[in-house]
Ligand binder design. Sequence first.
Ligand SMILES: Nc1ncnc2c1ncn2[C@@H]1O[C@H](COP(=O)(O)OP(=O)(O)OP(=O)(O)O)[C@@H](O)[C@H]1O
Ligand code: SF4
Ligand SMILES: [Mg+2]
Length: 331
Amino acid sequence: MNPRLEVSGLTTTFGGGDSTVRAVRGVSLSVDAGATLVLLGESGSGKSVSARSILRLYGESAHITGTVRLEGRDLLTAEESEMRQIRGRTIGMVPQDPTAALDPLRSIGSQISEVLRVHRMTQSRKETRQRCVELLGLVGIPDPVRVMRSRPHELSGGMRQRVAIAIAVSCEPDLLIADEPTTALDVTVQAQVLELFVELQQRMGMSLLMVTHDVGVAEELDGDVAVMYAGVVVESGLAREILTEPRHPYTAGLLASLPSPAVRRGQLTVIPGRPPLTGEVGTGCAFAQRCGDVQPQCRTAEPELVPVLPGRQAACPVVNETALREKELSA
Ligand SMILES: Nc1ncnc2c1ncn2[C@@H]1O[C@H](COP(=O)(O)OP(=O)(O)OP(=O)(O)O)[C@@H](O)[C@H]1O
Ligand code: SF4
Ligand SMILES: [Mg+2]
């Protein structure tokens, strides 16, 4: 069975000449039907650009290459008119900041109705209204009829994000892309909203592509994880395996710098240095400047993401060699 979303060799470049920004440099990932993939990484690693490139949200301002297949259809070569149908209907998008995404002057009801109308999901005003009430109920909003008449500023941040989620799932999309949807919320509300994603996903059978810098979110969603660094995926596999036993030196460094049940506050170690700016990435592994395991071979070519364990991939020849040795010893 083919994955529902299959991204291969995705590169996204902004600008040109001296000001060229190579934000995403060959990202490959896949999400099965009903499955979850968390794109995890520090600020500037290319998570949002990857997610937005899948939806072709940059128009002419970015040069995008590679392939993005949704149920086999290549989105990068699709007509813009088809993409307008796909955005919102086949792929739903939940923004980081619902305040910016919602129109402050219009009622919640009219904003949800508009999406249903544009994508011809309902046939009559009565049906549209019923569906709005149903959707608001589905995302856990008490008193949906009152909320439909409200404007965004009359709701709390958590409620606004629930409305944004209702809009994103209104057409029962095959894939939901959420870019840091809980970052702007209080910690307790964050947990509730995350639970809502899981609930909706199970109910609707959607695939979920979640963008986050928060390891806790990846842990909570308990699906697959792709760890990004400087525009590439450096490690991918199951969250529960990667987060307990990372293989790539960057993933290991990232986890060692965060408190977790395994690493107590007094034992935290920070990765030295900082991630390279997009213009500073040269030949070889982008993590080489900061890596404690660096070898001469690391600087000659960009490491490819290859299988290192069953269900696990890492872009590091040193990890790969270790995996091969372990395999030989156990054979
Ligand atoms: N529209 C744009 N034009 C030019 N450069 C951009 C644009 N959008 C992003 N970039 C650059 O691309 C790189 C990756 O950005 P991206 O927004 O994907 O990071 P991110 O991983 O989502 O980080 P954050 O956690 O801060 O959201 C950054 O260096 C950023 O400055
Ligand atoms: S390729 Fe080399 S520099 Fe890069 S993470 Fe692996 S060991 Fe470190
Ligand atoms: Mg981002």
